[in-house]
Ligand binder design. Structure first.
Ligand SMILES: O=C(O)CCC(=O)C(=O)O
Ligand SMILES: [Fe+2]
Length: 291
């Protein structure tokens, strides 16, 4: 199997993961890529979410599935409730305020720092070619991989009956690659651009938390598809998993700010730990939004 060496670590070659004839992401001038990038930008402008069908090859999906199965016992399960912002309760606000609305979550992460050395997911994340391609789709340059060592590139695991409630992400963009779908449920729902960096739109958030469907979309995501998503501005959730099969999704995350990481509280809640870097960078934020 051909491999390339980068920063003293051996990664799989990109052609083992992505069909570069179908998606020549190593040649952004190629008309196929120009068309794809244009489509993604239009989708992202339209509703904050772009979907690239069959992006990952079946063999690579099989390897990721096998890796997630081997690492399953290391999943950090966070059962507990949270607001869309992962904040603690704030009794100074009125009852029913979104920052006081807690929903029960049950899902887990296989954190980025436990992925195997020759992991396909690590290779995808280490690839400047992939990062540049995603930056082009987002119309963002430079785009960086995330400095958060736990949250940057995990597998998210949802077992039967698990539910991942409405929330905003602490980072700007998320890329999802569905590895294994559940039999039923496990649908990704999102409310595009529900807030922006100068307006929290608590009214709109409250409406959806109370069951409103205004502006809520469902994504038809299949194994091998790649989704590019603006998770800091679009509130989203994954509906309850039904049936026997576990849902496994890879979440490589990209940012415009190469310094920022999750707040310690947010990191402990989702990934089970906070590391020194989370405390050192706790007060650093580029925007004033709540997370
Ligand atoms: O599982 C998904 O599709 C999305 C998960 C998610 O929103 C998150 O991990 O923040
Ligand atoms: Fe999210």
């Amino acid at each position: 199997m051909s491999r390339e060496t980068s920063q003293q670590r051996q990664f799989l070659d990109l052609s083992e993961i992505i069909d570069l004839k179908k998606y020549p992401i190593n040649d952004l001038e190629n008309p196929i890529m120009q068309g794809l990038i244009k489509d993604c930008r239009e989708r992202l402008d339209y509703d904050g979410c772009a979907l690239i069908k069959d992006f990952i090859q079946q063999e690579s999906l099989d390897r990721m599935q096998a890796e997630a199965d081997r690492l399953y016992d290391q999943t950090f399960w966070s059962k507990g409730s949270h607001t869309p912002y992962f904040n603690k309760d704030d009794p100074s606000l009125a009852a029913g305020h979104p920052k006081r609305t807690f929903q029960e979550r049950s899902s887990g992460y296989i954190n980025s720092d436990v992925l195997e050395a020759d992991s396909d997911l690590r290779a995808i994340y280490a690839s400047d070619t992939v990062t540049r391609f995603i930056g082009e789709c987002l119309g963002v340059s430079p785009l960086y991989i995330w400095a958060d060592p736990l949250g940057c590139n995990p597998y998210s695991i949802m077992d039967p009956d698990n539910y991942f409630p409405w929330h905003f992400d602490g980072n700007e963009f998320t890329v999802s690659i569905l590895v294994q779908e559940s039999q039923e449920g496990g649908v990704f729902e999102y409310a595009a651009d529900l807030r922006n960096s100068s307006d929290e739109n608590f009214e709109g958030v409250k409406n959806i938390l109370e069951g409103g469907r205004d502006g809520v979309n469902q994504l038809d995501l299949r194994p091998g598809d790649m989704q590019i998503f603006k998770g800091r501005f679009s509130m989203h959730r994954v509906t309850k998993i039904t049936g026997e099969k576990r849902r496994v999704i890879a979440l490589p995350t990209y940012v415009t700010d190469s310094y920022s990481v999750n707040r310690p509280e947010h990191s402990k809640h989702l990934y089970g730990r906070a590391l020194p870097i989370h405390y050192e960078r706790e007060d650093y934020r580029v925007d004033g939004l709540t997370d």
